[in-house]
Design a protein. Structure first.
Length: 689
């Protein structure tokens, strides 16, 4: 248990880290590309790898991280994914150790610009992650699945589609979430401010001095007298001090070389900055639109500058190529790449605040009417509404919600499958299912007892008792023929069903003393008992005769309570299964499935009928289960599951609960105990226990 918890906690830590790291990289593929280039430069490989390869690597890196995170989260391909994570984390941890020690790149870029870590923090993070990956790799199969194997492909494919779409959209337009210091709404001057009392950087200078051929180093507090000669002074920075979010922004006038940053930013009004870090690789497809915007700004008296890190030659070529008339200024390439992830990209500032940012693919287009209006009158001249909540909602609706719904549907499906399996193997579940599916019946067989008046009185009493206290099962009373019509009058058919104890094996005609199935039906009865052991024994009813009776009963719309059961000798010879099977095969297994659905089976061990000897609940359950299995063999599991099998033989209120609690016992056929209302109701109430 503890081990499982540890594996799953580790797996969630890895998943969340990878997903966050992959997502923020996908949101800003150019930023990740620049970071890759930084690493390559640090390894002296910068010039060998072309831009398209570093950009492809950036997009793939984010997809791999995000994909691994999602696979970890959903426990998809657990062994392979944990191995891949390990293969990724070992070199990553080694690389970040090198970064921490050698410090060739100041920010690792693990989480893009969203979270900035020092190199030692990054190394520590990777050591923790490596530990988690090791735990998961040790026991990958302990990871709990959120979606079943068959649906995992949906999660992986959908996630890959999503992350590539995020990368593509961010590349076409701009990063959908801007974590950099130059996001819309930023006042550049304010971003450059150092608050009062902020920690300042500290430095230490040491002096290498010489006297009489002997050299020694001194600090400022121990600076020696003039007999020493200064050889060399060394200054090193001890602490960084406070660094404002924008600390390296500048704009230089190309012609004069003068820094005009303050002049441009402090001047009130609108300012367009066309940012092109590197003119040689800038996209020139939209130059018409850029020139139109320049003309618009010139017409309305707004300032418009190109800002680049390229030299004058490249600027000249750009002018020749695009017909650009705007003035170019220079700035630092890295700063320009940080300002906007588009080459070129357009910035609109108002009073030093960034109001809008556009990628070259999404430059504003002004129609004639708009071109005549000032920026104050146009939407683009104002800060946009904060679209972050909307973007988050989009991600939730388009990505997280579908996956969540899939997970719920999948879990419900897995749960129903598990329930089904349980029902098939577990007795308690079987019992629950049985009680849900099949009809529970308590039927009384009055046999040759009670005259008409007593019979009607008992029926009335029972009817009233059950109308007042609704039973949890179907109740049937089967009476001698002479009672049927009268009893039918006093019973509420919704509460108590009525049945006969027998019917003829002939349809109609000269059969003195016989009562046909049609006649039974005409009294209002719905059931008939056939095959009772007393009829088989005392009236020589053979399987063939019973077969006829069953056919006629069904033909006349009666449901049949068909009795089977072995004698004591047969039980002692352990032949009970054989006997009941033969009885069913002899009289009812010839029926169609549809006809068989009108049969209620009553298992009555002859040795228990009226003897006071009851089969134990276990004995009864064993043979009931057997009977159900042979019905299943003949008609299939569904019919068998739906068939009601009653127990009969000295069943009383005292033993009924135990018998009825068994999974395959669906009620009772009651003889002696059905002759008194209280006794019979006591058995009926066993279903309430
Ligand atoms: O039809 C009912 C059975 O023969 C059971 O009779 P019994 O409850 O009197 O034993």
């Amino acid at each position: 248990m503890v081990r499982k918890i540890a594996v799953n906690v580790a797996r969630l830590v890895i998943a969340m880290t990878f997903i966050l790291s992959g997502f923020v990289k996908a949101v800003d593929p150019l930023g990740t590309q620049y970071k890759i280039v930084d690493y390559l430069k640090a390894m002296q490989l910068g010039t060998f790898v072309p831009d398209f390869l570093t950009l492809t690597a950036s997009v793939l890196l984010s997809a791999v991280e995000f994909g691994l995170g999602i696979c970890m989260l959903f426990a998809i391909r657990r062994r392979l994914v944990s191995l891949l994570a390990l293969c990724m984390m070992i070199p990553m941890t080694a690389l970040t150790l090198w970064l921490a020690v050698a410090n060739p790149v100041t920010d690792c870029g693990c989480f893009g610009d969203a979270v900035t870590l020092t190199n030692w923090q990054t190394f520590t993070k990777n050591v923790v992650l490596l530990g988690c990956v090791a735990i998961v790799r040790y026991r990958p199969l302990d990871m709990m699945r959120f979606v079943s194997k068959t649906n995992q492909w949906i999660v992986t494919n959908y996630s890959m589609l999503f992350i590539f779409a995020v990368s593509a959209w961010s590349l076409y337009d701009l990063p959908q979430f801007d974590f950099r210091p130059y996001h819309v709404g930023t006042n550049i001057l304010k971003g450059m401010e150092i608050p009062e009392g902020a920690e300042m950087p500290t430095f230490e200078t040491t002096y290498l001095m010489e006297k009489d051929g002997k050299r020694q180093t001194f600090d400022i507090d121990h600076y020696p007298d003039s007999t020493w000669t200064l050889i060399e002074a060394n200054t090193r920075q001890l602490t960084k001090g406070y660094e404002p979010p924008i600390h390296d922004f500048y704009i230089n006038d190309i012609e004069t070389g003068e820094d005009i940053t303050m002049q441009l930013l402090e001047q009130k009004g609108y300012l367009f900055l066309l940012v092109t870090p590197h003119l040689g690789s800038a996209d020139d497809s939209q130059f018409d639109r850029i020139n139109e915007l320049y003309e618009y700004s010139r017409d309305h008296g707004y300032r418009f500058y190109g800002l680049t890190a390229s030299d004058e030659k490249a600027i000249g070529q750009w002018r020749d190529m695009t017909g650009a008339e705007y003035t170019f200024c220079q700035s630092d390439e890295t700063v320009l790449k940080t300002i906007i992830r588009s080459n070129p990209g357009l910035l609109l500032l108002k009073d030093g605040t960034i109001v809008r940012k556009w990628s070259h693919n999404n430059l504003p287009q002004l129609d004639e009417e708009q071109a005549n209006k000032s920026l104050e009158q146009l939407d683009i001249g104002h800060l946009p509404k904060d679209t972050t909540p909307r973007k988050i909602l989009d991600i939730v609706l388009w990505y997280m919600l579908p996956l969540f719904l899939l997970t719920i549907a999948d879990r419900l499906w897995a749960w129903s499958k598990w329930m089904k399996r349980k029902e098939e193997t577990n007795k308690i579940f079987k019992l629950l299912r049985k009680k849900k599916m099949r009809k529970k019946i308590v039927a009384g067989n009055w046999k040759m007892n009670l005259n008409l008046q007593d019979g009607v009185a008992l029926a009335k009493e029972l009817n009233e008792a059950l109308a007042a206290d609704k039973p949890n099962c179907d109740v049937i009373i089967c009476t001698p023929f002479i009672h049927l019509a009268s009893v039918a009058q006093v019973l509420d058919a919704n509460v108590i069903g009525l049945g006969a104890e027998n019917c003829a094996d002939k349809e109609k005609g000269a059969y003195t003393g016989e009562v046909s199935a049609e006649m039974v039906k005409s009294t209002g009865a719905q059931y008939v008992i056939l095959g009772h052991s007393e009829r088989r024994q005392y009236y020589s009813e053979t399987p063939e005769i019973l077969k006829e009776k069953v056919q006629l009963a069904l033909k006349n719309g009666l449901k049949v309570i068909f009795c089977i059961g072995e004698t004591l000798e047969e039980r002692e010879a352990n032949k009970q299964n054989e006997v009941v099977k033969a009885e069913l095969e002899g009289s009812v297994f010839n029926l169609s499935e549809e006809e068989f659905r009108n049969i209620v089976i009553a298992y009555e061990p002859i040795w228990a009928i009226g003897t006071g000897k009851t089969a134990t609940a276990e004995q009864a359950e064993e043979i009931h289960a057997y009977i159900r299995s042979i019905v299943a063999e003949k008609y299939g599991a569904t019919v068998a599951d739906d068939t009601t099998i009653l127990y009969g033989g000295s069943c009383k209120a005292s033993n009924a609960p135990e018998l009825f609690a068994k999974p395959d016992i669906d009620g009772g056929l009651i003889g002696g105990a059905s002759l008194k209302c209280a006794d019979f109701k006591g058995i009926i109430d066993a279903w309430k226990k």
